[in-house]
Design a protein around this ligand. Structure first.
Ligand SMILES: N[C@@H](CCC(=O)N[C@@H](CS)C(=O)NCC(=O)O)C(=O)O
Length: 235
């Protein structure tokens, strides 16, 4: 039986079964990337809910695993050389899980870099820009009531990024080619979030990106997505 006692996070969120991957998360666009990937890969895991309501992501136990104090993070008891490993940053976790299983990331170098470049496009572009848009449009709208500039800046950047995706998805079914990969898993929850999370379908004009929305529907309807989108279940 794996011993995870050297990870202080397990004191606050004890592992029921320390032999399986421990996921610390919340069903946000970054959080569900990992639960969807775990479901796609069929890896056994235990999900622990990190409550933002009580700022648990900034607790000393959580920060011991991710110094950046943000979900998601994992511990794999069976990491490299059979030793436990902790990983944070959703993009790094996706690469880790794909490499562990040999799935969702092509093995040939060209295919692999094609996926990684689109994964980085999400991590450096889609996630931060959509996130800032959502902040100014939904969560801090009262703070910028007299100044539309922040919302418009990120709205326009979100539209531009969607335009890039629209052009790419006109030529292939998935972001990096014919196969569903970690690039799709990283990105579709953010586009979906514009609609269901930020309720901004009209403001963004999602109807102007039909290929993107067809791709979201394809990804969202996969059984693993249907399950992973609600993990860990909110109380
Ligand atoms: N680059 C990080 C971003 C993680 C992130 O921003 N997570 C958000 C939820 S989607 C979070 O934990 N927010 C809580 C906070 O900022 O305190 C990743 O991809 O893992």
């Amino acid at each position: 039986m794996a011993d995870l006692s050297s990870f202080p996070i397990t004191k606050k969120w004890p592992a029921k079964d320390p032999s399986v991957i421990q996921l610390y998360s919340l069903p946000t666009p970054n959080g569900v990337k990992v639960s969807i990937a775990l479901e796609e890969l069929g890896l056994p895991y235990e999900a622990h809910l990190v409550s933002f309501g009580t700022n648990e992501q900034k607790s000393p136990e959580f920060v011991s695993l991710n110094p950046n104090g943000r979900i998601p993070a994992i511990i794999d008891p069976n990491g490299p050389d059979g030793k436990p490993i902790g990983v944070f940053e959703s993009g790094a976790i996706l690469i880790y899980l794909a490499e562990k299983t040999g799935k969702l990331l092509p093995r040939d170098a060209a295919g692999r870099y094609s996926v990684l470049q689109w994964l980085m496009f999400q991590m450096g572009g889609v996630g931060p820009m959509f996130g800032q848009f959502g902040h100014f449009y939904k969560y801090a709208a009262d703070k910028v009531a007299n100044n539309p500039y922040p919302m418009e800046r990120y709205r326009d950047e979100a539209r531009r990024l969607l335009g890039v995706l629209e052009g790419e998805l006109a030529t292939r079914p998935w972001m990096a080619g014919d196969e569903y990969t970690i690039a799709d898993i990283a990105t579709f929850p953010w586009v979906r979030g514009l609609k269901v999370g930020y309720e901004a379908a009209d403001v963004i004009g999602l109807e102007n990106y039909p290929k993107v929305m067809e791709w979201v529907a394809r990804a969202e309807n996969r059984p693993a997505s249907q399950k992973g989108l609600n993990v860990p279940a909110r109380p």
